[in-house]
Design a protein around this ligand. Structure first.
Ligand SMILES: O=C(CO)COP(=O)(O)O
Length: 160
């Protein structure tokens, strides 16, 4: 993965406040990267960035055109699956996915599929704020990194 990363940011409704606080705290570290969000999360993340950009005081270091955010469909309407497909294509370098451990979700199978595919492709995955903090403060966040992928050739070439 390159220095400029493709970062997925997703949160369930009860975790959105947490994610937005985290984004507001880390916005200057995140803005150089390309962001991918499920629909509702993306709308909130975008709003948080725009207000931080507006609030800059002396030198205006960042402008709205620096923000590169792709909003997918809302999670329950296929957004989780769109993200999963991007991961399978190698288009996502890391994911912050604050899922709700207290409430069942209508698209529980999609949530499970998204976390599974992230693990399968060895995509760094934070499911809570502490892990997200560790991830963003890692020296690897600011450098190139080559994740090791498990060799699935035996599976792909199996005789069926
Ligand atoms: O449901 C989600 C993740 O599973 C998130 O979807 P929204 O960002 O559209 O709320």
């Amino acid at each position: 993965m390159k220095k400029r990363k493709q970062i997925a940011l997703v949160a369930h409704d009860n975790r959105k406040k947490d994610l937005i606080e985290w984004v507001e705290y880390n916005w200057e570290s995140l803005i150089p990267h390309r962001l991918f969000c499920t629909g509702t999360t993306g709308t909130l993340v975008e709003k948080a960035f725009l207000s931080k950009i507006d609030d800059q005081k002396d030198e205006k270091k960042y402008s709205k055109s620096d923000l590169d955010i792709k909003k997918l469909k809302s999670g329950p309407l296929g957004g989780d699956q769109q993200l999963g497909a991007l991961i399978a294509e190698g288009a996502i370098d890391m994911m912050i996915f604050l899922w709700d451990p207290m409430e069942p979700q209508p698209h529980d199978v999609d949530v499970k599929a998204l976390t599974r595919i992230a693990v399968l492709y060895n995509v760094p995955l934070a499911n809570n704020r502490s892990t997200a903090d560790y991830m963003i403060s890692s020296s690897l966040f600011e450098s190139e990194y080559v994740p090791r992928l498990k060799d699935y050739s035996e599976y792909i070439n199996r005789k069926v």
